[in-house]
Design a protein around this ligand. Structure first.
Ligand code: BES
Ligand code: ZN
Length: 467
């Protein structure tokens, strides 16, 4: 066993305790009542990076703070930028949690808490691996920069502004992100594509007050009825989106990529069984993996209208609202989608209803090239830590800043998810398997070595000159 491995083994318990500390902070970015906790989480991350001997600072923004840190320069070595997020999704519905969301508990080899996999646990692997390097080696084998944000779950607008104004501080050869999943238990993955997203809220206002549905039913437009009709009109029964022009920019999947996805060992029946459903639906002519990773979708995320209490109440609600989003694929532009959506909804809006469409956030999809020495280095690190080479996957989720990194930093992106699909991200009983947490730390430690070995400018050296 190497000194590094021994160190990682000896400190497992403390690493888990440190993760618990961070998980106890309810840093819910969408909740304005959590601003103190957001700050505490940012401070925790900055202190933790500072204790590694990195120059770490909290950067104030118009939104939630960013944390930036960098290691001392190592000449002739590449620079990796680690990105992660300390914010989490709201924990509701609270009554479905077996243990409270911000009181981490270890059960059956997993740690349960909001943020365990998304993304506190995964982000921490890259911090703890640096500790192991510091403790067992003379120096780091590469230049490391960290940028950790608190708004990933609400669209990353503060980081996008920072990137526009101070992108030079984030200059790097590759970006390292662990904020996703492996292909399955025992089968690690490198992700080369993420879907984009466009998120909206539709508010419909009808009569100036709630009305008795007996006295007034049949005369006014019920906003809840109008809402369900309008929402239903956005897609057909298969899930194909009906907004004119929605598919115009969608790049069809190549035959080659479809073949590669079909080769992944994926059992559709097992997938549905694990979700507790007898079957599913989606665009005809596409496999489940294609529909999850590489086709656009439309989902209602929340509905508010009318009486929600016990028993029955005969009422026409004065207003109704819905939150919904589209997942986007490469080349779809969220702003163009918003324009098409607004025009379509206006054409569907019935008399007696005033509609307001709020655009919450939007970010385009990304696909990164697998033809990169950094990807190969990551594959070697993963194989060493997980005992198996990674497969190459796309993901259906979104990490809004990745596309901006890609365009501004012109660096390769390594999406190395240590989680599992059944980690319950965004749902009650979120968890991270502790074995995956520790394998993630090992893979990260090995990644620094593999990247360091590539030396500087290996990207340019390995590629033909741009034409
Ligand atoms: N970790 C996820 C992204 C993700 C999800 C990667 C599934 C791989 C598989 C990230 O924290 C996330 O949830 N992003 C949001 C972004 C949105 C709120 C702008 C998402 O995808 O819903
Ligand atoms: Zn998330």
């Amino acid at each position: 066993m190497t000194r590094m491995e021994q160190y990682l083994d000896e400190h497992r318990g403390r690493f888990e305790e440190e993760l618990c500390q961070l998980l106890r902070i309810p840093s819910i970015s969408a909740d304005p009542g959590c601003s103190q906790d957001i700050r505490r989480a940012a401070q925790w991350v900055a202190d933790r990076l500072g204790r590694l001997g990195l120059a770490a600072e909290i950067i104030e923004t118009s939104g939630h703070p960013l944390i930036y840190a960098e290691s001392e320069p190592v000449e002739a070595a590449p620079t990796a930028l680690v990105y992660g997020h300390y914010d989490v999704q709201p924990p509701d519905p609270l009554d479905r949690w077996i243990s409270p969301p911000f009181e981490p508990q270890i059960r059956d080899g997993s740690i349960y808490a909001r943020g365990a996999t998304d993304d506190k646990g995964q982000m921490l692997t890259h911090i703890l691996s640096v500790e192991a390097w510091r403790a067992t080696q003379e120096r780091l084998p590469l230049n490391l920069r960290f940028i950790i944000e608190g708004e990933e779950e609400v669209g990353s607008s503060a980081l996008a502004t920072f990137l526009d104004e101070h992108g030079d501080r984030l200059a790097c050869d590759c970006v390292v992100i662990s904020d996703g999943a492996q292909f399955g238990p025992g089968q690690p993955a490198i992700t080369y594509g993420l879907r984009g997203i466009a998120y909206y809220e539709l508010r419909l206002q009808g009569p100036r007050r709630d009305l008795h549905s007996g006295s007034f039913g049949g005369t006014v437009t019920n906003p809840a009825n109008a809402l369900t009709r309008m929402l239903a009109a956005l897609s057909d029964a298969e899930g194909r989106i009906q907004i004119p022009g929605f598919y115009d920019d969608v790049v069809p999947l190549s035959g080659e990529e479809r073949r590669r996805l079909a080769e992944l060992p994926f059992d559709e029946d097992r997938f549905y069984r694990q979700l507790g459903v007898s079957g599913g639906m989606g665009e005809a002519g596409y496999t489940v993996l294609e529909r999850r990773w590489a086709r656009p979708t439309y989902d209602i995320n929340g509905l508010t209208a009318g009486y929600q209490g016990d028993g029955a109440k005969t009422v026409i609600p004065a207003s109704a609202a819905a939150k919904f989003s589209f997942r986007l694929v490469p080349h779809q532009d969220p702003e163009k989608i918003s324009r098409g959506l607004e025009a379509f909804l206006r054409s569907l809006c019935p008399p007696g209803i005033q509609m307001e469409l709020v655009v919450h956030h939007g970010s385009p999809a990304t696909v990164v090239s697998l033809d990169s020495p950094y990807i190969q280095a990551a594959a070697r690190a993963i194989e060493a830590a997980f005992g198996r080479p990674p497969v190459y996957t796309r993901e259906g989720g979104s990490i809004p800043i990745v596309t901006a990194f890609h365009h501004k930093l012109k660096a390769d992106t390594l999406l190395l998810g240590w989680g599992q699909d059944d980690d319950n991200a965004h749902a009650p009983n979120e968890k991270l398997c502790l074995a995956d947490f520790h394998r993630g730390i090992r893979a990260s430690a090995r990644l620094w070595e593999e990247l360091g070995r590539l030396g500087k400018d290996s990207r340019q050296a390995s590629r033909p000159p741009a034409s």
